[in-house]
Design a protein around this ligand. Structure first.
Ligand code: HEC
Ligand code: HEC
Length: 313
């Protein structure tokens, strides 16, 4: 979007007649180009365009993230949506509605100013781009569940969803076409921004897919066999951090009555806090070491009596 770009292939019949004098040909062409372009872009339309483009870029990053999470959920048949996802979704709605205003001002203004341009291909692609973007926005509003405007029918929603997913891609392609037959594209800047945004989005999705509870998890070097001969296991086969296991005080904060009930119960005294159990498990262990050469068999007792001791680190 460079108003003084002299390399644009577009020419106009409405250009002013060449000035004579000692200006170079290139300067005259640049001047002509400036006048020509000023007719499809007033300064305020240019500001609108920049806001539209900026919002589109931010929305693209946001949408790739949202789409990425949806794709992950579909791939793994598992819920990845969390608080951050909901915030991003709210941002998508807010940015989308905000986008409507500069887009409509710019789109209609630019269309009215450019409709008689001699570069018919640019005009036609421009029209197509405008209607595709309009379809994107209408489908977005229809999906937004705003009373009166929303679609409730599931088949209708699914159609609107796919229109809303496909139209932005189409719009990007049409925009590139529009610029290819119109003013020159500064690819390098675009690619740099695209690359930076891409990295941010990939980082966000990677963080989303990772579960902090799985970080630094330790398993037994014996693997699954560690739990034998009891059939009780942790879901991952790894240990559970002790501070996540033994939370009596924490539970008491809300369940004081339950805490007191538990405190005096057999559950509280199921493990080494119970002298009878301590003695019998030690005896079992001694006998097993005599018989098998190790005390592994007592893990069977621990599967019921002492999961916190057996399954945690
Ligand atoms: C921040 C407050 C809070 C803490 C801390 C808390 N709970 Fe709860 N818990 C609740 C609430 C509220 C409910 C009721 C939820 C419902 O009915 O939907 C509940 C329900 C339960 C129930 C189901 C009770 C029933 O009758 O259905 C159990 C069991 C339970 N908690 C155990 C625990 C344990 C064990 C801990 C400690 C690891 C704990 N809670 C810590 C607030 C808490
Ligand atoms: C399948 C679960 C399970 C396994 C495995 C198990 N126990 Fe128990 N144990 C229990 C239950 C439940 C009770 C409480 C029974 C009751 O009070 O009626 C209990 C009670 C006890 C008691 C009596 C505690 C008291 O204060 O009355 C001792 C001692 C004991 N077990 C030792 C062991 C030993 C040693 C092993 C391993 C060789 C073992 N248990 C394996 C579930 C199990």
């Amino acid at each position: 979007m460079n108003p003084s770009d002299p390399e644009s292939p577009e020419t106009s019949k409405t250009d002013q007649p060449n000035k004579t004098g000692n200006e170079s040909v290139a300067q005259r062409r640049a001047e002509r180009e400036r006048i020509r372009l000023s007719k499809v872009f007033t300064p305020s339309l240019r500001v609108c365009f920049q806001i539209t483009l900026g919002l589109f870029v931010v929305l693209s990053a946001n949408s790739i993230y949202l789409g990425g999470v949806t794709f992950l959920e579909w791939m793994h048949q598992q819920v990845y949506q969390n608080y951050f996802y909901l915030l991003m979704f709210a941002a998508h709605l807010a940015l989308g509605f905000l986008f409507l205003i500069p887009f409509l001002i710019f789109g209609i203004g630019h269309m009215v100013m450019g409709k008689d341009r001699p570069n018919r291909r640019a005009v036609r692609v421009g029209y197509a781009l405008f209607y595709v973007a309009l379809a994107m926005l209408i489908s977005g509003v229809a999906l937004s569940r705003i009373g009166g405007l929303e679609i409730k029918n599931p088949a209708g929603r699914s159609l609107a969803y796919w229109i809303h997913v496909i139209t932005p891609l189409l719009a990007v392609w049409l925009y590139i076409l529009h610029r290819l037959v119109g003013s020159k594209i500064r690819w390098k800047i675009g690619l740099q921004w695209g690359g930076a945004l891409g990295l941010v989005v990939v980082g966000m999705i990677a963080l989303q897919a990772s579960d902090p509870r799985e970080w630094n998890q330790v398993g037994s070097k014996d693997g699954e066999q560690y739990f034998d001969p009891s059939r009780a296991r942790t879901t991952t086969g790894n240990f559970i951090p002790e501070r996540a296991f033994v939370l009596d005080e924490y539970c008491m904060e809300c369940h004081e009555d339950a805490y007191h009930g538990w405190f005096a119960s057999a559950h509280h005294f199921s493990s080494f806090s119970n002298p009878a159990y301590l003695f019998s498990v030690q005896e079992t262990r001694r006998k097993m070491i005599e018989r098998d050469g190790n005390g592994q068999a007592t893990r069977w007792c621990a599967g019921c009596h002492d999961p916190a001791g057996r399954d945690s680190v």
